[in-house]
Design a protein around this ligand. Structure first.
Ligand SMILES: Cc1cc2nc3c(=O)[nH]c(=O)nc-3n(C[C@H](O)[C@H](O)[C@H](O)COP(=O)(O)OP(=O)(O)OC[C@H]3O[C@@H](n4cnc5c(N)ncnc54)[C@H](O)[C@@H]3O)c2cc1C
Length: 346
């Protein structure tokens, strides 16, 4: 029997804080988990093993790191902790990569889960080249990618800590954004929330919105318009992000007149939503209208299909933090372990 045709106790799809935490708990519960960590993708360029934190430099709000830690270093530690207790990872070279050196580029041979068949038991999980894996329990922790404008300089400055971010709660308090003029792109509730949050630290916050009214609810829109530190730039889109190592401003285009202008800035935040990485699950388990996985009970990790558990940002459209994703990964592994035990499969 080949490795891939064995029946696994639990397969985990995703390698961000939720996936690795689920792996740590499942491995320590002797479930010998198998992880699909995902291949990096350039389109959108923001999907990669290690998840969304691979896109950020300093993580200052994760407990246990009083001096802060970079996102990639933190995710490497999560991964090493999972592997230490027996987690296996599907790679080009088999199931047991050497993750002891975080800089050796090992993550680039990790595999995607392409689709699943939850109508059969054990479930069938399809890897790359349609390789079939069978598992009694399945944990989905595929995250949600922040939506970006797709501009070259935006991606470059986001990855290098150059003052471009898609998470105000995560990055707004960093010294680099203090007392600067910042901008948030977007016009929905979450863009208004991000912009209001940033006014605590910034000298001024612009909202750059492509239309002539906000999509945000009335109360949120009024809050934005009443805030003396906020100014809404109507009918504008960002066509370029300026700056070499650090953002210096953005180039704007007026959607009505076509006029172009430059806005000097010390930071740019994207508030144009998130896309849960759940397309590969469609038709297999219940998702909401935006594609987030629906849980049967908000305090647990059970999904609409018995034996399938959801964790992290692919479930959570409210908090979207590493600590909450990790907490959900822990819950998913514990729920999976209990479920497997009840069924006599652990
Ligand atoms: C710029 C930025 C800065 C941030 N800074 C902070 C911060 O300072 N502090 C904080 O707490 N939070 C921060 N966040 C938020 C935090 O990154 C997320 O809340 C957290 O990463 C969510 O974890 P997750 O495990 O649910 O998903 P993710 O981290 O998104 O991980 C999902 C994983 O699933 C994999 N995957 C997806 N589809 C498949 C598939 N089909 N097969 C296999 N694998 C797949 C992906 O490759 C990825 O590894 C930041 C986010 C951004 C965008």
């Amino acid at each position: 029997m080949s490795e891939a045709s064995k029946v696994e106790k639990v397969i985990i799809v995703g390698s961000g804080p939720a996936g690795w935490t689920a792996a740590i708990y499942a491995a320590r519960a002797d479930l010998n988990p198998l992880v699909f960590a995902g291949r990096p993708k350039r389109d959108p360029e923001t999907i990669m093993p290690g998840g969304q934190l691979m896109l950020t430099t300093d993580v200052e709000n994760y407990p246990g790191f009083p001096e802060g830690i970079t996102g990639p270093a933190m995710m490497s530690r999560f991964e090493q902790q999972g592997v230490r207790f027996g987690t296996r990872i599907v790679t080009d070279d088999g199931f047991n990569p050497d993750v002891s050196n975080p800089d050796d580029g090992h993550s680039y041979s990790y595999h995607d889960c392409r689709r699943v068949d939850l109508s059969q038991r054990p479930f069938v999980v399809y890897g790359e080249d349609d390789t079939e894996y069978r598992t009694h329990a399945l944990i989905i922790a595929t995250g949600a990618t922040a939506n970006w404008l797709g501009l070259e300089n935006e991606g470059r400055l986001a990855r290098s800590g150059g003052g471009v971010s898609a998470c105000a709660v995560c990055d707004g308090a960093l010294p680099t954004f203090r007392n600067k003029e910042l901008a948030v792109v977007g016009g929905g509730d979450s863009a208004v929330e991000e912009a209001s949050y940033l006014t605590k630290f910034a000298s001024k916050v612009y909202m750059i919105h492509r239309r002539d009214e906000l999509r945000a609810s009335k109360i949120m829109a009024q809050r934005a318009m009443d805030n003396p530190k906020m100014e809404i730039l109507w009918n504008k889109i960002v066509i370029d992000v300026l700056g070499d190592d650090m953002i210096s401003g953005v180039k704007l285009k007026d959607t009505k007149t076509g006029d172009e202008s430059t806005l000097p800035l010390g930071g740019l935040f994207l508030g144009i939503g998130h896309t849960p990485a759940t397309a590969f699950l469609e038709g297999q388990l219940e998702l909401d209208e935006k594609g987030y996985i629906k849980l049967k009970d908000p305090y647990r990790a059970h999904t609409s299909v018995e034996g399938v558990f959801g964790a992290g940002d692919c479930v959570d459209k409210v908090y979207r933090q590493a600590i909450t994703a990790a907490g959900m990964g822990c819950k998913a592994a514990i729920d999976a372990e209990h479920w497997l035990s009840e069924k006599g499969l652990a």
